[in-house]
Design a protein around this ligand. Sequence first.
Ligand code: ASP
Length: 317
Amino acid sequence: MSFSQTHLLGIEPLAAPEISTILDLSERYVYLNRSNMKHGDALAGLTQINMFFENSTRTQASFELAGKRLGADVMNMGMQASSIKKGETLIDTALTLNAMHPDLLVVRHPHSGAVDLLAQKVNCAVLNAGDGRHEHPTQALLDALTIRRAKGRLHRLSIAICGDIAHSRVARSNILLLHKMENRVRLIGPPTLMPSGISDFGVEVFEDMKEGLRDVDVVMMLRLQKERMDGGFIPSEREYYFRYGLDAEKLAYAKDDAIVMHPGPMNRGVEIDGEIADDINRSVIQDQVEMGVAVRMAAMDLLARNLRANRTREVMV
Ligand code: ASP
């Protein structure tokens, strides 16, 4: 089994076989989660602390459930109410928590790079649950698992990522992962929502939605990240929906069996038509949520194995 990481900070440091290892183990957890006995003991005796400095519904619930199903003691830190509000720095908070001997620290933070910094200061496994517009590795992994299950493979697929690419950590992590697994990635959106240096990403860029969607296997929609915008990036939501909102007419340009994805939270009528989102023949949005729990169980299981092995080695030296 190939997985040598001590943290999960992004997709960037992962090798393709490590991605496959996580996905293969996730399959076992999908099976467990569908059974009546949803308990494993991979994290028994370990303490998991979730620190979310940014709002989250799906991701936090998913990490909490994943930890509990594998037997960890899980604590959710209400970061809104914590000492951060009293002016304590991120690092001080991390060091305070570190003194309580957590084994797994799940962190979401509005600043890109903040989770990497924190990982250097603590001696437990750190999982990035989204840092600014940088990375959201478990989202890309759950998307990959969803695609692999729906399409029967995770290579040589044509995948369109549409909308607010510039502000999206989901897009960034997905581009990295899909490239490592040898897929063709197209980015579709207005030039104002494309990141600078897009030519270095090794992707095809389209301004026209219909052109970009032509014959793709997967359509991945993104939310407009208004909280990260500091100006007028789109003329109006109406106009945006007209040009970039996924409706039946635009979807008809993709392959007949193309699947539709969205990481949530979804703005119906802004980036996606509600009927498309709910169409069980095309949309795999609920599958993404289901895969999220399994992928997080697998990621924490693998990190815990390495953590235990490293601690044993340290004791023996
Ligand atoms: N939930 C995802 C994230 O945290 C996507 C989004 O918020 O639009 O990045």
